[in-house]
Write a protein that binds this ligand. Structure first.
Ligand code: NAI
Length: 343
């Protein structure tokens, strides 16, 4: 079985090589991302393995199909970059639904604490032997209200962490969970009452630019926005306006709408042409990490294990629990008991 793994990074290799050796899968690692121009590299492969910023649109899917690729194995949870509808009846799509929700939830809290206690500022100052405290005043999380949008695997762990800090939690989810012990409210109320808003819902047509001018206007002055989910949940220009207006007190971002050609690469010696990103980074109250919330040893091991298991299940067992099934109308939880492939 041959696998073409795109957007391969040095940290991906050890775990994938170990799993490949165990399962007998032959993996070709490509540093380049999958795009319509690089799809040709998948010729001769039974499956391709892709990550968050690979382009898997109709054009790419049609090419892969033409080359005889039978499976697209996402090595991540989110699948907004895959046109699952276009893949139906051509190529099956599987993903890793959970690899370490703790990694992402803990990173969200790390960003939040760094922002509100100005750790990023203090770190740079003390390295220059500047021990002044001016401008480093933060605020307690204890007693503050956090609004969590999306209370799935990651959101619910983030809620537990926030409760540990003594925060009041308000939540919004299309499918509220009765046993979570939080107060679900509608979005306007969440925007109006939260001191911190953390996004943990997937990117869909409904959630695109959920954080926009209108919704920012409903928020408290000084609100801190945390996004470790997907960049396009936030209209970055609206965020910038909110920061310039002093309405938004801080933004903690692990993702950015236009990240796909920028993140995971070293541009330190280059001029980056994205003015919105450059302006955001220049703000003292914006912290940006480049989609690294998932990046823990535990997560990398789980990603490789589940991805390879998905591929083995698909080719050897003829089915895979983690198939994204467009046909069933419920992408994540197939309505049928999956005893075979979906088409
Ligand atoms: P999940 O599927 O367990 O939870 C998502 C929750 O969002 C569900 O409870 C769902 O009902 C809810 N939801 C769906 N549509 C909604 C809407 N319109 N409004 C409000 N809630 C809605 O997913 P999980 O594992 O918690 O991941 C959440 C997101 O985190 C993923 O979609 C992915 O985009 C992102 N992620 C980011 C990573 C990173 O490294 N920065 C790593 C892994 C995931």
């Amino acid at each position: 079985m041959n696998l073409a793994l795109f957007d391969a990074k040095p940290y991906d290799l050890p775990a994938f090589k170990e799993q490949a050796a165990k399962s007998g899968i032959e993996i070709k690692f490509y540093e380049t991302k999958l795009t319509v121009d690089t799809a040709e590299l998948a010729k001769g492969a039974d499956a391709v393995c892709v990550f968050v910023n690979d382009t898997v649109n109709k054009e790419v899917i049609d090419k892969l199909y033409e080359y005889g690729v039978k499976l697209i194995a996402l090595r991540c949870a989110g699948y907004n970059n895959v046109d699952v509808k276009s893949a139906y009846k051509k190529i099956h799509v599987v993903r890793v639904p959970a690899y370490s929700p703790y990694a992402v939830a803990e990173h969200a809290m790390a960003l939040l604490l760094t922002s509100i206690r100005r750790i990023h500022k203090a770190y740079n100052r003390t390295r220059e032997f500047n021990f002044s405290l001016s401008g480093l005043t933060g605020f307690d999380l204890h007693g503050k209200t956090v609004g969590v949008i999306g209370t799935g695997r990651i959101g619910s762990i983030f809620i537990d962490i926030c409760k540990g800090f003594g925060m009041n939690v308000l939540a919004f989810d299309q499918y509220p969970k009765a046993d979570l012990g939080v107060k679900y409210v509608d979005l306007p109320e969440l925007f109006e009452k939260s001191d911190v808003i953390s996004l943990h819902c997937p990117l869909t047509s409904e959630t695109t630019h959920l954080i926009n001018d209108d919704n920012i206007a409903k928020m408290k002055k000084g609100v801190i926005i945390v996004n470790t989910s997907r960049g396009a949940l936030i209209d970055a220009d609206a965020l910038l306006r909110g920061i310039k207006d002093r309405k938004i007190g801080g933004a903690c971002l692990d993702v950015y709408e236009e990240e796909s050609n920028i993140f995971f690469k070293d541009f330190s010696g280059h001029i980056v042409n994205d003015d919105t990103l450059a302006r955001l980074i220049s703000m003292p109250n914006v912290i940006l990490t480049s989609h690294q919330a998932f990046l823990t040893e535990e997560a990398l091991k789980n990603i490789a294990e589940t991805t390879v298991k998905n591929i083995v299940d698909f080719f050897k067992e003829g089915r895979c629990d983690n198939e994204l099934c467009y046909h069933c109308g419920n992408l994540e939880n197939c309505m049928k008991v999956r005893k075979e492939k979906c088409f």
